[in-house]
Design a protein around this ligand. Sequence first.
Ligand SMILES: [Fe+2]
Length: 302
Amino acid sequence: MYRRFAPVVGKGVNQGVAPVTYGTGDRPPRGNYASARADYTCEQDWARYTAADHDTYRRLYTRQLQQLPGRACDEFIAAVQQLGTPDRIPRFDEVSERLLKATGWQIVGVPGLIPEEAFFALLAARKFPVTDWIRQPEEFDYVVEPDVFHDLFGHVPLLFDPVFADYMQAYGAGGLKASRLDACELLARLYWYTVEFGLIATPQGLRAYGAGILSSAGELPYSVHSPEPQRVAFGLQRLMRSRYRIDTFQATYFVIDSFQQLFDATAPDFTPVYAEVRARIERDGEVEAGQALPGERLFSVC
Ligand SMILES: [Fe+2]
């Protein structure tokens, strides 16, 4: 599924070398990194989009919007209209204007996946990087790298929620620290299992808040309705011990009770957490995707 992280290239400075995504080094990135600034941001160049590009966006948006009721969390549904008309790819500056007023966040264009430290630095500054290109029509159902639809539709609506917006900034600040502690792999699991593939328990049932789910036509119904995957109550150390799948729907989802729970659980200094997680992995090993541990709280969809 979607990856946001890439191995560090040039320690956050754009040296003209395109970052490589984990496990896919043989595939050249498609974005134009030559036009990116030192912090990897770039102008959207909205005039460059073709009618076919806008049509792809419109069709993706329309299909996904129909799927939201009963599956996406209320905060997401309430904010998705902030993206503007679905008829064309939004202008980043127009969305930013609304977002800035709501929570002090902005969105910035990037050519695609960017190095970890550059990514963390943007989040810590309340700037969310959005890929500026859109998938080809033949990639309508699945695109390997995040495109403008995934980044905008999946991620941006929840940046209008004040608590989630603060969580994202804290994540960025934590990421900069994790880089110095060589703990990015553990922290990436937190991003994966919350920002990309998180579920939230509501009085009406489980709902999705992760962008990887919300931008996927197949995984949105699967994540909240299928009896197949494990749905485990959120626990920071349990999550950091857990491996994840990038080639198919998730076998495990972590379920939070509220965005406040997420923010509170991740607010403390992670330095001792990383040490404890590493010691536990050393002793008991990692938890495989789809594995349930004895005695843990699981959520059922039946
Ligand atoms: Fe994403």
